[in-house]
Ligand binder design. Structure first.
Ligand code: PMP
Length: 406
């Protein structure tokens, strides 16, 4: 039996938490619980954003397992590393992201707890540097983007991005909305594999965005969370490289959690390119002091694995081959789903793990209740949640509910 040992003081003692309102539960986490409780053996989980193989598993990558064995055998200390994390990890990653052309004296990077930590650290840095800057974010986007910048104290503004009816980017509307952006404002851009739409800017549109930032004084903040899962490691970094070449100031939040399958190990990094070598020093020292007060030091294990893989020719080849297989699986599923109905054609040309289906909220509920098909409430599906043996059943259940006549 448990007893509530109410303190005699509780009637008069201040209770600051009484002012807190209960927050709405995370929609995707709720979906995980519903899916878990569903006893149907043929249920399909397209909700959670993790890669799955054709057996529905999210395996530890072979290169990661090998690096873990090596790390366990050779690591001789777990002493503190410092707020910047593992510098050799950040350096090895910079090579695959930026290539050889890097403004080394103006570009500074630190390890962070996941891409989320990188975004938050970048947001805190920007807020400290210019609290009046607004952050422009397209709709829809990863639902955590808005809160990350808002919690850092920055004003978040939305611009149009994706037109669900056309299943395509509405670039003209985006540019139209950005007419309200002021010099010093921040423009958040998904570097590749847009979450949730899978839609990418064309190279011309990327150049137009770089020009817009240059002319209007907007600071690009690129979020690169899926490098290698779209068109390939180098191709997925092309836009990021172009942006960093074209603009004096730019930020990059990076996640290794998808392309190395390290989700719960929380592996990321933040790079900031400053306009001059003179500001690189204050930028770095502010990044480090902010990181110190946010998490003191990032978790080491996953970053150590990434460093070991990238520094070993053998493991790196193994990792790239596994990443190629993951990407081919996703793009193969995209082709198969697009072939099921003309209204799904755009899915073949999109990239990354996600696509938005033209479904009403009632249809999303009907698919869940009637067929055990789970997806985010906005119609986002994780393509990698499909399997060659379930894709037909999925398409059959889906087609009667699809909106539009394309
Ligand atoms: N950015 C985007 C676009 C994402 O989709 C995600 C993860 N869902 C992140 C950042 C954060 O990644 P991490 O899990 O490494 O924090």
């Amino acid at each position: 039996m448990t007893t509530d040992l109410l303190s005699p003081l509780s009637a008069t003692f201040p209770d600051p938490f009484a002012r807190l309102a209960t927050q709405p539960a995370d929609a995707l986490l709720g979906l995980i619980a519903l899916h878990r409780a569903d006893p149907r053996p043929d249920k399909i989980d397209l909700g959670v954003g993790v890669f799955r193989d054709d057996a529905g598993r999210t395996p530890v990558m072979r290169a990661v397992k090998a690096a873990e064995t090596w790390l366990a055998e050779t690591q001789d200390s777990k002493s503190y590393l410092g707020a910047e994390g593992d510098a050799a990890y950040t350096e090895a990653l910079a090579a695959i992201i930026f290539g050889a052309r890097r403004a080394v004296d103006r570009l500074t990077g630190v390890q962070t707890p996941g891409g989320t930590g990188a975004l938050r650290l970048g947001a805190e840095l920007l807020a400290r540097a210019d609290g009046a800057a607004r952050v422009w974010i397209g709709t829809p986007t990863w639902p955590n983007h808005g809160p990350i910048f808002a919690e850092a104290g920055l004003e978040v503004r939305s611009h149009r991005f994706f037109d669900p009816a056309a299943a395509a980017i509405d670039f003209a509307a985006m540019i139209d909305d950005l007419a309200d952006a002021r010099a010093g404002d921040i423009l958040l851009l998904h570097g590749c594999c847009h979450n949730p739409t899978g839609s990418s800017f064309t190279p011309d549109q990327w150049h137009a965005l770089a020009d817009l930032c240059a002319v209007r004084g907007l600071i690009p903040f690129v979020d690169l969370a899926y490098q290698g899962l779209g068109d390939g490691l180098a191709d997925d970094a092309t836009a990021t490289r172009m942006i960093f070449d074209a603009l004096p100031t730019a930020l990059l939040a990076y996640s290794c959690d998808k392309n190395f399958g390290l989700y719960r190990d929380r592996v990321g990094a933040l790079w900031v390119q400053s306009a001059s070598a003179a500001t690189a020093d204050p930028v770095r020292s502010n990044m480090l002091t902010l990181a110190r007060s946010l998490w003191s030091m990032p978790p080491d294990h996953g970053a150590a694995l990434v460093r070991i893989i990238l520094e070993s020719e053998f493991l790196r080849t193994e990792w790239e081959a596994e990443l190629d297989t993951m990407r081919s699986r996703i793009n193969g599923l995209r082709q198969a789903l697009a072939a099921a109905d003309p209204r799904l054609t755009s899915i073949a040309g999109q990239r990354g793990m996600f696509a938005m289906l033209p479904l009403s909220p009632a249809a999303i509920t009907a698919l869940r209740e009637g067929h055990g098909i789970y997806m985010a409430p906005n119609g986002r599906i994780n393509i990698a949640g499909l399997r060659t043996d379930t894709i037909r059943a999925f398409a059959d259940a889906l087609l009667p509910h699809l909106e539009g006549t394309r």
